[in-house]
Design a protein around this ligand. Sequence first.
Ligand SMILES: Cc1cc2nc3c(=O)[nH]c(=O)nc-3n(C[C@H](O)[C@H](O)[C@H](O)COP(=O)(O)OP(=O)(O)OC[C@H]3O[C@@H](n4cnc5c(N)ncnc54)[C@H](O)[C@@H]3O)c2cc1C
Length: 466
Amino acid sequence: MMSDVLIIGGGLAGLAAAVRLAESGYRPVILETRRKLGGRATSFEDPRSGVVLDNCQHVLMGCCTNLQDLYQRLGVLDAIEWHDTLYWLREDGELDVLTPGRLPGPLHQARALRNLRLLDRAEKREVRRACWSLLRMGRPGRMGWRERTFSEFLDSMNQSPRVCTHFWEPIVISACNLPPDRVAAVHAMQVFQDAFLPSRFAGMMGLPSVPLRDLYDPAEDIITKAGGRIETGCSVRSIAFDDDGVRGVVTADGPLEARHVLSTVPPDRLNKLVPDHVKKVDSRLQDLDRFQCSPILGVHLLLDSPALDIPHLVLPGRAVQWVFNKGVDEQGQQHLHAVISAADDWMNLDEETIVERVLEDLSAAAPSICSRTIVNARSVKEKQATFAATPEIEPFRPMAAPSTIGVHGGDARGLYLAGDWCATGWPATMEGAVRSGYLAAEAITSTHCLVEDLPPSWLASLLSAR
Ligand SMILES: Cc1cc2nc3c(=O)[nH]c(=O)nc-3n(C[C@H](O)[C@H](O)[C@H](O)COP(=O)(O)OP(=O)(O)OC[C@H]3O[C@@H](n4cnc5c(N)ncnc54)[C@H](O)[C@@H]3O)c2cc1C
């Protein structure tokens, strides 16, 4: 039977597109190679302990409007807990508790910056000067930095090395999964312009209170009610084309026909699914091998008794950037989760060394951890966690819809692209993935799907050039 739209991949991009297509009267079919949904934002059952763990803590922010819209449509937005206080560890082991004030953005951050005793007065002035510049330039100014790294911006603002390592780096590495000297300035700037500066809610941190995989359960109902289906354990081997464009896909179980195929797989996988003659004519497929990846390491630790009594901890200037308190179970054992973004140097270490190094950093934060027994430790290496959002790759991120313009008569008709690496203006994030899915649904249905950005406070909008 001919399907309306075959979607390759059941990660956030595929799910987002499928939900919007189903709501527009299409019958989407998701083909997912794994036996579960969620792709890189999912959970697994730890064979050692039998406990369901997320592959890594996933954080969203108030400014992630499209992701929240998807959660709303799935009926799981209530499962997101919002935090506006950040806990930063100082070198002397004390905590800086950063809670924004009630003033309109960007003044709401004045109180938090005042409480950041990690930096001295002169260093805070440096931060204020750079934030002011970011605010004033707005989005148009940010676009002028498209071809440069965030370090170049920090240099232009005379930010001292200590301010870079203790303030800018922890935020940028965890938000963009690349250090400031590699990440495209536009992405790092966006974190401040769209999240921390415009309003209190935009900068709030959202944490799922249930395992990530549970968030996707309601998708099946929405898709099947529309006449579509989800096939897990179904690996697509190639995308099939004829002279008119896309004809369908070939799976391990045989061919499936459709005139619309949406690929949401990462670029290296897509490269293997499309025949060379199509790559030659489709402008979106010619640079897939330029994309590089940046790894993330997540370390789950189960302690015999509680050692941390705050929800999370930022560890500036240390190898471990964040620790999340995942709660205490019925036996009184505490689950901590340490995250190391841009974790290239950790990928060849064995689990024992990883746990040792993580504990060294955590002990500085909570010395009581040293006296606890580790009941279970589990490190999850994601070597291909995200594409590396460098300035060089930005021009090669493809659009969702095929273009009709081209020397060979245009891109492959019926082939749509989504995934966090496509052209959304966002770095590799859940929000970027959902936006790409919504943009693909928009291209297929010709109806508007993308959700508006949050409006900045009246003051932030007055001060900025956006
Ligand atoms: C460790 C880690 C931590 C992260 N932390 C955060 C965070 O805190 N906040 C945040 O916003 N983002 C975070 N991210 C990024 C976020 O997870 C991704 O940007 C997002 O999940 C990507 O979704 P996607 O749908 O584009 O791709 P994917 O999730 O990769 O989905 C693609 C799907 O396609 C399937 N597939 C591949 N090949 C085939 C095939 N041949 N046939 C069928 N199916 C196929 C895959 O199995 C996968 O399910 C993190 C990522 C990782 C790995």
